[in-house]
Design a protein around this ligand. Structure first.
Ligand code: UDP
Length: 334
């Protein structure tokens, strides 16, 4: 039986995909260096601890496990960090993807699913992006992913493989059953930050910009539940296994929420108002970014199941409460 190789499968999104692959009866091997991932997030799959750019290691794993498809999540993902340390992003996100593709070529792996990002678009005319919207990333994170997309397309054009590039919009929420979640330390993503504040880990929450040309002046984003996103990966795998052609697909719900709407949802879920500080705009932020996801629905027959901000936020907050319980040492519990 063939095996799916998941790089970065111990991380936030990768672990949710691994969970769904296992539930579908797939054999899964994960390569993760555990720099931001967690061993316990890999529930039931083989875990190899190492770097995706390590040609020998990846080659050994591909040969030993009869890998027929790669799902590539391993990457650095913090936009402000990418601005301060771009080479870290081009090294880990772009160069390592190149090495992974070389391993695929050497070991005859012909199906590749790539975690890309809405950050490849940059500023759009009307805040809505479809897959043909020009790509003009405004930070090294977006550029590092766009360069990987280009390599993939060029490599696939030789006939060596077929790929699905999934461009994620704002991924949020956690496994509704509470088995895995978003545990990344020093989070900067809005919903995670709000939930950390709601459980008392942060004293306040900052709104970056209240003077955008949006209905309430704050930034608007398309938040997609991580399990709906994970399901898109399984559909993409079916598509490639069924002989489908290479695709680039936006992953979002096609509508957005403002920062204030997200804050209100977290306050509702937690039953108390948040302590909000209004700050100037964060450099590099866009007023609005929403997916046109018609192609995802059409090509992969994907349908969302969790398109509900209160549900998304509820799962994120429950996970944060679970993390908090783990952090409290038993001796301090009265
Ligand atoms: N944001 C905010 N406060 C925070 C984090 C984010 O006001 O502590 C805003 C940010 O300016 C953007 C939206 O929330 O308008 C989503 O930002 P996030 O960092 O979650 O994702 P991005 O869209 O930047 O990838």
């Amino acid at each position: 039986m063939n095996t799916v190789l998941v790089t970065g499968g111990a991380g936030y999104i990768g672990s949710h995909v691994v969970q769904q692959l296992l539930e579908q009866g797939e054999r899964v091997v994960v390569i993760d260096n555990l720099s931001t991932g967690f061993r316990e997030a890999v529930r039931g799959a083989d875990l190899v601890v190492g770097n995706v750019g390590d040609l020998d290691l990846v080659g050994q794993v591909m040969a030993a496990h009869h890998v027929d498809a790669v799902l590539h999540f391993a990457a650095h993902t913090i936009v402000p960090e990418s601005v301060c340390d771009p080479l870290k992003y081009y090294g880990n996100n772009t160069c390592n993807t190149r090495n992974l593709l070389a391993c695929c070529a050497e070991h005859g792996v012909e199906k590749f699913i790539f975690s890309s990002t809405a950050a490849v678009y940059g500023m759009t005319d009307n805040g809505i992006a479809d897959e043909d919207t020009p790509t003009k990333p405004i930070n090294p994170y977006g550029t590092s992913k766009l360069m990987s997309e280009t390599m993939l397309r060029d490599h696939s054009a030789t006939g060596a493989m077929r790929h699905v590039i999934l461009r994620y919009f704002n991924v949020a929420g956690c496994d509704p059953q509470g088995r895995i979640g978003h545990s990344t330390p020093n989070a900067t993503l809005l919903i995670k930050v709000c939930c950390e504040h709601a459980v008392g880990i942060r004293e306040s929450l900052s709104i970056f910009g209240t003077d955008y040309n949006t209905p309430d002046g704050t930034g608007v984003r398309d938040y997609i539940h991580v399990d709906d996103l994970a399901a898109a990966h399984l559909r993409a795998l079916d598509h490639l296994r069924g002989g489908g052609d290479s695709q680039t697909l936006n992953c979002g719900y096609g509508h957005g929420y403002s920062v204030r709407e997200v804050i209100d949802a977290v306050a509702r879920a937690g039953g108390k108002p948040l302590n909000v500080i209004e700050l100037p705009r964060r450099p590099g932020d866009l007023p609005m970014l929403i997916a046109c996801s018609d192609r995802l629905k059409r090509v992969l027959d994907w349908q969302p199941h969790y398109d509900d901000l209160d549900f998304i936020v509820g799962t994120a907050l429950r996970w944060e409460q679970q993390l908090l319980c783990k952090r409290v040492p038993l001796s301090s519990v009265a």
